[in-house]
Design a binder for this molecule. Structure first.
Ligand code: DX5
Ligand code: ZN
Length: 218
């Protein structure tokens, strides 16, 4: 399975409905939604009401990436707003709370995921793999679109791919996020990634639909 999840962080926020339609027409099954609180990352983006509105506007899977402190406070509201996947950062809370939130997300009928920043080793999330539907490997420091891909993330995808096989977690999706385009998509697929998040390479392209198609075909 190969999935492109365009990040609406680089889309035109005044025209999200039509941007979602472009994504759908190009064959992207998901929309990646970056939630930033100005504390966990040095930037502010969007919150629960926007996710609720996106839910009404599209049947694309909403892949919600929470870059926020104390996600335990807000996860339930994002579930109720209509997220399909919710990924939380391992760096954002205690190990005990991380477990609690993952369980809470699943109990609300939403698919839980766990994310690692570039400086966090992939081994740190190994214990959560049987609890989640997705692991997200950041391939840039979270906070901003348009940054350069960090090649050190390749080894992390390979490690997680090996773990996935060892544990027989066939349904677990490995996602990557940051600096991704058709130029490095193949490298990431070969390392075991199946879902590619792409913001600026899609919404900054002259032909957005073609940019998505090129990634899917790479
Ligand atoms: C960065 C976000 C990414 C971002 C990716 O903190 O998590 O999802 O939108 O943007 P590009 O593809 O431009 O690196
Ligand atoms: Zn993201």
């Amino acid at each position: 399975m190969i999935i492109v999840s365009p990040s609406i962080l680089s889309a035109d926020f005044a025209n999200l409905s039509s941007e979602l339609q472009v994504m759908k027409n190009a064959g992207a099954p998901w929309a990646h939604v970056d939630v930033m609180d100005g504390h966990f990352v040095p930037n502010i983006s969007i919150g629960v009401p926007v996710v609720a509105s996106l839910r009404k506007a599209t049947d694309l899977f909403l892949d919600v990436h929470l870059m926020i402190d104390t996600p335990i406070k807000y996860a339930e509201n994002f579930c109720k707003a209509g997220a399909d996947y919710i990924t939380i950062h391992i760096e954002a809370d205690t190990r005990e709370n991380i477990r609690k939130i993952l369980e809470l997300i699943r109990s609300l009928g939403v698919k839980p995921g766990i994310v690692v920043k570039p400086k966090t080793p992939a081994e740190a999330i190994a214990e959560y793999l049987p609890m989640v539907d997705m692991v997200l490997v950041m391939t840039v420091e979270p906070g901003f679109g348009g940054q350069k891909f960090m090649p050190s993330s390749i080894a992390k995808c390979e490690y997680l791919s090996r773990k996935k096989q060892e544990l027989g977690l066939d349904e677990l999706i490995i996602e990557v996020d940051g600096g991704i385009s058709a130029a490095n998509a193949r490298l990431l697929f070969d390392a075991g990634a199946e879902a590619l998040v792409a913001g600026s390479s899609v919404f900054g392209a002259e032909n957005q639909e073609q940019a998505i198609i090129d990634m899917l075909n790479s």
